[in-house]
Design a protein around this ligand. Structure first.
Ligand code: UFG
Length: 331
């Protein structure tokens, strides 16, 4: 009775692996280490270096580790890169997911949890965004995830498994005990960038656009603590094991903060008044993305415990500091 966690050496996957281990489950991580790090795989999890698109390897892991459920985090996540390298994104996010699903179906896996994204909605003109809004992704990244959702829906009708696709809003923060955090080699996410600027890893940062139709002119997002998100995966697995119907669920808190508010929180919590430039709008940035977050609470009984921007920021800052120490020690 083991959970296979693809991408478990990466940011969200490593937190989910921790949450599973904390709950007493057995975990095997499959990660090709292109983005993740071997040291980020939580102690207590088995580890296999390899690709989730390698069907034979996945079938072997399922067999050898007695895997009964899969959480699929492995994938490429940088929206602007997906515009430049769309075929890479379709290969890594869609084609590899198809192979993973094939191996799962062949091996009789009964439960599947998929990392999807609010990016599947594109730029909805209403907020909050509910799960029944039309899917109109505006980047190859969003489309690559939407296509996997569709494959899952069709495969779950034809084969004997149930699934939950979790549509993440803006994931941030780090494990409160400091055991995991965001380690991506190429950081683009706002709270990570602002935390790196506050801790001196970057000399300065920029706000991408101040002329949006929002109260302070900057974009609004629904920032969710990564440990609350990890816990949602554990609850989703329990729901599927109880025989819950396959479903898609937004993962957000249902409230938004502007870019300026986030930067203000990072300055306040860190006590550092770092330099912030004003830059052009970043192509493809929707103005406001806030989750309609009722379904996940109702269906999974999910009760977030870190719904506080300053707590999210504190944990992100602590993690950046610990990474600096780690680099010093490694040097
Ligand atoms: N931003 C800045 N400066 C920076 C970095 C970001 O101003 O240095 C702004 C962005 O322009 C945007 C906001 O901060 O307005 C948030 O940007 P992020 O890069 O942190 O996150 P995104 O909203 O672009 O995307 C993330 C995920 C997507 C997901 C989306 C859903 O990467 O997968 O949240 O809300 F779809």
């Amino acid at each position: 009775m083991t959970v296979l966690v693809t991408g478990g050496a990466g940011y969200i996957g490593s937190h989910a692996a921790l949450a599973l281990l904390d709950g007493g489950r057995d975990v095997v991580v499959l990660d090709n280490l292109t983005q993740g790090h071997r040291w980020a795989v939580p102690a207590g999890a088995a580890f296999v270096e390899g690709d989730c698109g390698d069907e034979d390897l996945v079938r072997r892991i399922i067999d050898e580790h007695d895997v009964t459920a899969i959480m699929h985090f492995a994938g490429s996540i940088i929206v602007p890169d997906s515009v430049i390298y769309p075929l890479e994104y379709y290969r890594n996010n869609t084609v590899n997911s198809r192979a993973l699903l094939q191996a799962a179906v062949d091996s009789g896996i009964r439960h599947f949890i998929f990392s999807s994204t609010a990016g599947v909605y594109g730029e909805p003109n209403a907020t909050p965004i509910n799960e029944d809004f039309a899917l109109k992704p505006i980047s190859p990244y969003g489309t690559s995830k939407m296509m996997t959702e569709k494959m899952l829906a069709d495969a779950a009708i034809a084969h004997d498994f149930n699934y939950v696709a979790l549509r993440y809003f803006n994931v941030a923060g780090a494990d409160p005990k400091g055991r995991a955090g965001q380690t991506s080699r190429k950081a683009t996410h706002l709270i990570k960038i602002a935390s790196q600027t506050a801790t001196g890893v970057r000399p300065q940062m920029a706000i991408y656009g101040e002329d949006y139709q929002t109260p302070d002119g900057t974009c609004i997002r629904d920032y969710i603590h990564v440990s609350d998100l990890a816990n949602a995966h554990v609850l989703a697995l329990e729901y599927l094991e109880r025989g819950g119907e396959s479903d898609v669920m937004n993962c957000g808190y249902g409230r938004g903060f502007s870019v300026r508010e986030v930067i203000g929180a990072v300055k306040k919590v860190s006590g550092v008044d770092f330099s912030v430039d004003l830059a052009e709008r970043r192509p493809g940035d929707p103005q406001s993305l806030v989750a309609g977050a009722d379904r996940i609470r109702e269906k999974l009984g999910w009760v977030p415990v870190h719904d506080d921007l300053e707590v999210i920021v504190r944990h992100a800052l602590d993690w950046e500091q610990s990474l600096k120490t780690r680099e010093v020690n490694a040097a």
